[in-house]
Design a protein around this ligand. Sequence first.
Ligand SMILES: NC(=O)C1=CN([C@@H]2O[C@H](COP(=O)(O)OP(=O)(O)OC[C@H]3O[C@@H](n4cnc5c(N)ncnc54)[C@H](OP(=O)(O)O)[C@@H]3O)[C@@H](O)[C@H]2O)C=CC1
Ligand SMILES: Cc1cn([C@H]2C[C@H](O)[C@@H](COP(=O)(O)OP(=O)(O)O[C@H]3O[C@@H](C)C(=O)[C@@H](O)[C@H]3O)O2)c(=O)[nH]c1=O
Length: 311
Amino acid sequence: MYRLLVTGQKGQIGQAIRDRIQDQGWDVLFTDIDTLDITNAKQVQSVFKRFKPDVVVNASGYTDVDKAEYDTAAAESINAYGVYLLAIQCHNFGALFIHFSTEYIFSGHGRRAYLEDDTPTPLNVYGRTKLQGEQYIKTYLSRYIIIRTSWVFSEYGQNFVTTMLSLSRETAPIRVVNDQIGCPTYAGDLANLVVDIAKDYHAETGRYRFGDYNFCSDSDSDSDSDSDSDSDSDRNSGVSWFDFAYAVFEELDKYKPGEQGRCLIGVTSEEYASIATRPKNGILDCHKISLIFRPSDWRCKLRHVIAITMT
Ligand SMILES: NC(=O)C1=CN([C@@H]2O[C@H](COP(=O)(O)OP(=O)(O)OC[C@H]3O[C@@H](n4cnc5c(N)ncnc54)[C@H](OP(=O)(O)O)[C@@H]3O)[C@@H](O)[C@H]2O)C=CC1
Ligand SMILES: Cc1cn([C@H]2C[C@H](O)[C@@H](COP(=O)(O)OP(=O)(O)O[C@H]3O[C@@H](C)C(=O)[C@@H](O)[C@H]3O)O2)c(=O)[nH]c1=O
């Protein structure tokens, strides 16, 4: 039977994968830090030896961007060393490695959207450790797919949308940066992509070549209709965190009237002063993957996430 090993199953992408991979008739081993700590060489080796995966999906990671600035050893261990251990075993067992990376590997100093081949120059520890993880994969493996994505939100765990929903319960005005732009991505889209890649690999149809793919949810509000008229240049033009927060409150207003008028204050990154520096431009050019796989519209998925959370 086709065997898939998933790490980080309790995270938001891990849970979304779990929801969507169950019905495929594959033998899937879901793990998290309590059953497979990816930084524990012996555990990694023993799980591979026992399970002999055909595909490994690494949905684990150290994702607290601010904390990584002072908890650097832990971030390096999980985002770089753990990825190295998985890559070595994927090489030994001939498994395909599917891994998630981030737009935070880029500086965001440029104005255009980042392409897969652009040179990464991370501004913060999280981005640097994620880049190290990518480099290990590329050094030790040829059979890998790295999905670079951004601003992941879902109905699970903690993310920017759930943070905004928590803040909405307080009375103080909410200050949100308006000079960092990026592309929100629904975790369910990433999970559907993983299933599609795994299916393709199993069937040997060769639609996905090994390598890097940028992937974000769509920013075109017509994308869930049958219209194919929208051009790729209209896609992924990005929004600011402030715009994203505004969209959350706009949606929340349907359940708690008055929320849209809440006091959201746009501030600059300098005014907000978070611990880690984030790229001002985090837009990923998703043209390469759009020829193979189509994501959904993030506003439509935001509606879905808020509906689930509020009912
Ligand atoms: N969220 C985002 O916006 C983006 C995420 N990514 C990448 O996608 C991946 C998944 O992200 P997301 O689902 O949001 O992250 P989450 O933080 O929601 O989930 C990560 C999971 O990994 C687990 N984990 C931590 N350390 C280990 C370890 N040593 N061994 C095994 N599991 C471990 C965590 O467990 P615990 O909670 O107990 O620590 C958690 O369950 C990460 O690699 C991240 O860098 C890429 C781009 C954007
Ligand atoms: C909570 C909050 C954040 N912000 C700012 C801080 C920051 O610049 C931006 C986002 O903050 P967060 O800490 O929620 O998100 P952050 O952890 O920066 O999100 C990133 O996570 C990692 C894992 C990724 O890989 C990235 O793609 C991206 O999703 O919004 C505000 O302006 N106001 C607020 O109330």
